[in-house]
Design a protein around this ligand. Structure first.
Ligand SMILES: [Zn+2]
Length: 474
């Protein structure tokens, strides 16, 4: 019985780990590597396993850095079930289809140029048909309902509070009469986040695989964060510009709209036109609306008093490309939410190109910006950035609101771990090395926990807890 760390070991995207029990192989997530051309090219690399030899996939949540290579896995021969939460199943429909479409369009654009240059044409990573096939393999479960997915392997999901349907994955595996409980945090949300429930406590595990995105860092507290958002909106009103918010279609967009609705009068939101400029975010908002049983108390109360969620009368849903382009004519008093969240593609690029060279405008980052992404370069306040091949001056005000992140900070991660009674060993995944090291220090100091930073190719024997890397003991 072992687990091999593969993707998101030492980085924050491309989540994928391989659990082997009784010669059955289960993938935990199969995510896309994101954050710049070089990183993304690695998505095309062969997997370190035969796709057709994988027996099942357990998916923690729908975000593309956890689900994005499922169509590729299917394309390469995987035919088994993909287990996830019901709401994640719904969200995967929009996310995977969108990912296939973006990938195909990107290749078509490159191929037009390559054809002119007489170069060999590229193939998309996967097609819409591959995404459809993967979607047909998804099986939805509810929280807290154990399911034996393979004889000897039972999976139970609990709420991770990260996005709708996000799971803490509890795997109980038995081999040669030895049973081990492995807990995989997936992405862990913040406590007291809008709309969603808090991450659920878990009392027992033999081994914990845990994300470490915000190791060493603390978000501002919730009230301060919301006040900060209100202040930025006031400031932008004074400078008379637009506010662009690169937002992940699933999660951040819904929470921001929810906060705009909740503070509508206080922030004088009436003075603004709000655009949700993302067909995917529009679809995701509908899915959030359709799963009210997953809300926290406050969101449940707000939903009861309103026909629309969020209750925003000045919200325009921009579905078509023409709808999106028409926003460019608006020179002030617009709040534009568009993807992608790290500005690595999508409609936000057009809005940035039209707006960031003017000082009166504002860009508001509400999520993590990975190294190499355009979002990271803007956050680092580079004077110029490249968008669609053009060098653009950055004159707009750049704001970052860390407190709205979908990921818990260091204290949230520690709070969640504190519920484990026997202080099980922790293997850190999904974090840049610096963050993981900080979190390791904290867990050692606070809990005396045994914490290991993982690397791709590192393998953990779940019975003996011995670690090897490519066959060599560590
Ligand atoms: Zn996520």
């Amino acid at each position: 019985m072992d687990i091999e760390f593969f993707g998101a070991a030492g980085e924050v995207t491309g989540s994928c780990h391989i659990l082997t029990v009784n010669k059955k192989r289960i993938l935990l997530d199969c995510g896309m590597i994101q954050g710049g051309k070089k990183a993304e090219a690695r998505n095309r690399d062969p997997f370190p396993f035969e796709a057709s030899n994988i027996d099942a996939v357990v998916l923690s949540h729908a975000h593309i850095d956890h689900s994005g290579r499922l169509p590729l896995l299917v394309r390469r021969g995987f035919t088994g079930p993909i287990w996830t939460h019901n709401a994640s199943q719904d969200l995967c429909h929009i996310l995977l289809e969108d990912s296939a479409r973006l990938g195909t369009q990107d290749v078509e654009r490159k191929n037009r140029k390559r054809a002119r240059q007489g170069k060999e044409l590229l193939q998309p990573l996967y097609t819409s048909a591959n995404a459809q096939a993967a979607l047909r393999q998804i099986r939805g479960l509810r929280y807290r309902e154990p399911k034996e997915i393979i004889p000897g392997i039972t999976v139970t999901f609990k709420d991770a509070g990260h996005i709708l349907g996000s799971c803490l994955v509890i795997i109980k595996a038995t081999e040669n009469e030895e049973t081990r409980t492995i807990v995989f945090s997936g992405d862990l949300g913040q406590y007291n986040t809008p709309i969603l429930q808090d991450p659920e406590p878990i009392a027992h595990a033999d081994v914990v695989l845990m994300e470490s995105t915000y190791g060493g860092r603390q978000h501002r507290d919730r009230e301060q964060t919301i006040a900060e958002l209100g202040e930025i909106i006031q400031e932008a009103k004074k400078t008379g510009g637009n506010i662009m918010i690169p937002a992940f279609a699933v999660g951040r967009s819904q929470e921001l709209l929810y906060l705009f609705g909740r503070h509508f009068d206080e922030w004088q939101m009436d003075d603004w036109k709000i655009y949700l400029d993302s067909p995917m975010a529009i679809e995701a908002t509908k899915i959030y609306w359709d799963h009210p049983h997953l809300y926290d108390e406050e969101a449940t109360r707000l939903r009861k008093g309103s026909h629309d969620m969020p209750p925003l009368k000045n919200l325009t849903l921009s579905k078509s490309a023409d709808d999106s382009r028409s926003i460019n004519k608006q020179k002030s008093r617009c709040i534009i939410l568009a993807g992608s969240g790290m500005c690595s593609g999508g409609r936000i690029l057009h809005h940035l190109k039209h707006n960031i060279w003017k000082e009166k405008n504002h860009v508001l980052f509400v999520g993590y910006q990975s190294r190499g992404s355009l979002g990271r370069r803007l956050v680092e306040k580079r004077p110029y950035v490249r968008i669609h091949g053009d060098n653009i001056k950055v004159a707009a005000h750049i704001h970052t609101i860390g407190g709205l992140s979908a990921h818990g900070d260091e204290n949230d991660l520690a709070r969640w771990y504190s519920h484990f009674e026997s202080r099980p060993p922790v293997y850190l995944v999904h974090g840049e090395k610096r963050s993981a090291r900080k979190l390791k220090e904290k867990f050692k100091a606070d809990f005396g926990a045994q914490v290991t930073l993982t690397d791709p190719g590192m393998k953990l024997d779940l019975i003996t807890r011995k670690l090897t890397s490519k066959g060599v003991p560590l």
